[in-house]
Design a protein around this ligand. Structure first.
Ligand code: MN
Length: 747
């Protein structure tokens, strides 16, 4: 086939056939050139005249995807799969044709990728969420069979994201970006392919949150111009220092991407100026011993920032990441982050699973020995998803858990025997118990952390040794689901609570049925319900009690089914169980003894708690219970009266109502600043309720802003978005009303 076709309308050349083959042969001298050539030509022919949105011929896409796989050093079968990944879906080619023309292995891989592609993971129509969730389950199953299927799919997605700007529809661009951000990027992170993950995140972020992306990019540009000299001096200083010690190392600098900066603003609640690792130096050496040697040399030559030192060589991250991180102070007192690692660690950090394909015994293949050295089964972080899927009854619930789970970072804890249990940050002893074993989680009633008994809501820290205290049988409290954060623990707790609730509803239902019979002067027996069961199409007596207890069936409806010939007995007052138990579904769930029913509760105005916040109640004389956030300063003055403190937790409200979150923002006094701010809040789905401003100086304003939010996470998200604005100096959640005079200028 003619090679002149390799020019895109944009004039940009894409990977030619011999270039692709050369690339593969560079890392796999045993590569079967003939099959690569055949796949390249086959793909071009099969896609023929098809076009991409960009105006490029369609086959440019599989060729580019193959190029990305080659840059990850994947095997020939994977590269061929990339070339052929769209032929089953988009052309007349059949599975058996692929198996015959190429190999059964390649046909199977292409089939796997095709199946993944057919799974619709996100839909603009929320009523299709269930379908979407079930699809995701299929997706997890398909990719858990062969990690190469997932790798090809990720490269396919990466190339589609790189060309997403050509997609004509804005809604589609946003839907595809959201799906990439919520599912593909976290999956790439799970298998450690950071190179792909960070590019996917950054590209999605650019489409999803363009104004924040632009403000961060602008600030980084300004920062870079500002730091240019410092960075080059530091670079020379490091190079000289290594030379003096006769160390042959590779030093280079790396700038954080906009999305990674955004995550820091959002997660850590810091301002742009406080991010010390926008730029980091990497020192890449030959052996782990040299890593520590370099660290010693650095710490002797410069002052280090102790809190910022991390040793991921001794305790690798959950995805196998290894490196030493330290932050040193330059001669001018600038903080500089330095990462020290071996070439191999660097390779695994960038390519993850893909780093374990190696040329050995004259063939190029996945090397389990190499994977074992790096911490074992490369799919071990995918398998829990499969396990979780098996334990979660409801597909939508599963999807929610998976999304939560994949987004969080890790904390490392240990069993008393020293076994490492890695959990998402914010995990509690309950999560720990379930991570060890479902049975241990189910019977957990308390925990010793580092030998001391601690409440179950305690957030675990790196290095904590946790011993689970177990009771005889499952006894979960209704608020435990809000204490646990891992999908596994939450779905198990939900299951337990559901079971327990079912028993409780059955008890209420049986009571109601009994009373209804008594009111009519009839003898009650379960056998008298049998005909009614048939009429109501209910399976058994317990199921009947349960729906009666839940209030889905009223007492009159039941009696009508039991005595169908009796006619309308209007004397019977109809009611549903729902009304009886309504009290229990109040938005707040109160844990702790000594609270009389009917005691009034209200949210304090000093800290304005919103759902998701950790809260305590304070029983004030004559005021009922006043609810504060756990970190509210006002609580300090009650410290000596802890008998009046009541442990409270949020209960999931049946319908999610909005709460008012308050923040204090210091903003530059320039035209356009306020407009920018309101735009950012709007884009973050925050409903602005009120803005109060007070002039601080001719150059700055302080503003108190109230927004309607769904929970505390939503509020932190908005605050982080506000911080990213170029006009904003600082933004924080408001705790105590400042004692300054406030002029109300309605927004
Ligand atoms: Mn594709």
């Amino acid at each position: 086939m003619s090679q002149t076709a390799n020019i895109r309308p944009s004039g940009q050349a894409f990977l030619r056939q011999y270039e692709l083959v050369d690339r593969v042969r560079a890392y796999d001298p045993s590569a079967d050139e003939a099959i690569l050539n055949k796949a390249y030509v086959f793909s071009m022919k099969a896609h023929g005249e098809q076009m991409r949105h960009s105006g490029d011929p369609y086959y440019a896409h599989p060729i580019e995807v193959a190029g990305i796989l080659a840059s990850l050093h994947l095997d020939v079968a994977s590269v061929c799969t990339a070339l052929l990944h769209d032929v089953l879906e988009d052309t007349d080619t059949t599975y058996s044709q692929l198996a015959e023309e190429f190999t059964p292995e390649i046909a199977e891989l292409v089939n796997g990728v095709t199946k993944l592609g057919q799974v619709e993971l996100s839909s603009p129509n929320p009523s299709r969420e269930r379908q979407q969730a079930e699809n995701f389950q299929k997706f997890v199953l398909a990719m858990s069979k062969d990690v190469r299927v997932l790798l090809v799919k990720l490269c396919d997605r990466l190339h589609n994201m790189r060309t997403l700007q050509y997609h004509p529809k804005k809604e589609s661009r946003e839907r595809i970006s959201r799906e990439t951000m919520e599912i593909y990027a976290p999956l790439a992170r799970r298998i450690g392919v950071d190179q792909i993950c960070s590019e996917l995140e950054d590209l999605s972020f650019q489409h999803l949150n363009s104004s924040v992306f632009e403000s961060i990019t602008k600030r980084v540009d300004a920062w870079r111009a500002d730091q240019k000299i410092i960075i080059s001096e530091m670079s020379i200083g490091l190079r000289d220092l290594m030379d003096v010690h006769g160390l042959n190392v590779r030093i280079y600098g790396r700038e954080k991407r906009a999305y990674a900066i955004w995550r820091k603003l959002e997660r850590q609640g810091i301002s742009f100026e406080d991010i010390s690792d926008i730029y980091a130096f990497r020192i890449v050496v030959d052996t782990p011993e040299t890593c520590y040697k370099v660290l010693g040399i650095l710490h002797q030559a410069y002052r280090c920032v102790p809190a910022r030192f991390r040793d991921f060589i001794s305790v690798p991250k959950g995805n196998g990441y290894q490196s030493l991180h330290t932050t040193i102070l330059s001669a001018e007192n600038n903080r500089v982050e330095i990462q020290i690692r071996t070439e191999r660690m660097e390779d695994i950090a960038e390519r993850g699973v893909a780093a374990h394909w190696a040329y050995k015994n004259q063939s190029y293949a996945f090397d389990p020995e190499s994977a074992n050295l790096a911490g074992g089964d490369p799919l071990r972080r995918i398998r829990p998803l499969v396990e979780m899927m098996e334990h979660t009854g409801d597909a939508a619930e599963f999807l929610e858990h998976v999304k939560l789970e994949m987004f969080t970072d890790q904390v490392f804890t240990f069993t008393p025997k020293g076994e490492l249990i890695s959990l998402p940050i914010g995990a509690t002893p309950l999560d720990f118990a379930y991570a060890v074993h479902t049975k241990i989680g189910d019977t957990c009633i308390g925990a010793l952390i580092n030998g001391r008994e601690k409440p179950l809501r305690t957030r675990l820290k790196n290095g904590d040794v946790v011993k689970v205290i177990r009771g005889g049988h499952p006894a979960p409290q209704p608020d435990w689901e809000s204490i646990a954060i891992t999908g596994k623990a939450r779905s198990a707790l939900r299951r337990l609570v559901r079971e327990e609730q079912a028993i409780e509803f059955q008890r209420i239902g049986a009571l109601l049925a009994n009373h209804a019979f008594a009111r009519e002067g009839k003898d009650f027996s379960e056998s008298s319900l049998e005909d009614a069961l048939k009429r109501l199409a209910i399976e058994n007596v317990n199921a009947l009690y349960e729906i009666l207890g839940r209030g889905e069936l009223s007492v009159v409806e039941l009696m009508r089914a039991v005595f169908p010939h009796r006619g309308n007995a209007d004397a019977i007052e109809d009611f549903k169980a729902r009304e009886i138990i309504q009290d229990e579904t109040a938005r707040l769930y109160v844990k702790g003894d000594g609270i009389k029913p009917g005691v009034g509760m209200h949210l304090s105005t000093c800290c304005s708690p919103i759902p998701g916040d950790r809260i305590v109640g304070y029983q004030a004389e004559g005021q009922g219970i006043v609810i504060h956030t756990i970190d509210c300063e006002v609580l300090g003055s009650f410290e000596d009266q802890d008998d009046r403190w009541i442990d409270l937790a949020w209960r999931r409200a049946a319908d999610q109502t909005a709460s008012t979150g308050r923040m204090i923002v210091t903003i530059e006094h320039v035209p356009g600043a306020l407009a920018d701010l309101t735009k950012i809040i709007g884009e973050a789905n925050g409903n602005l309720i009120n803005i109060k401003t007070v002039e601080r100086s001719p150059t700055f304003f302080d503003m108190i802003i109230d927004v309607e939010v769904t929970n505390n996470r939503h509020l932190s998200h908005i605050i982080a978005a506000v911080r990213a604005s170029t006009f904003v100096v600082s933004a924080d959640r408001a705790r105590i009303e400042p004692s300054i005079e406030i002029t109300n200028t309605e927004a």
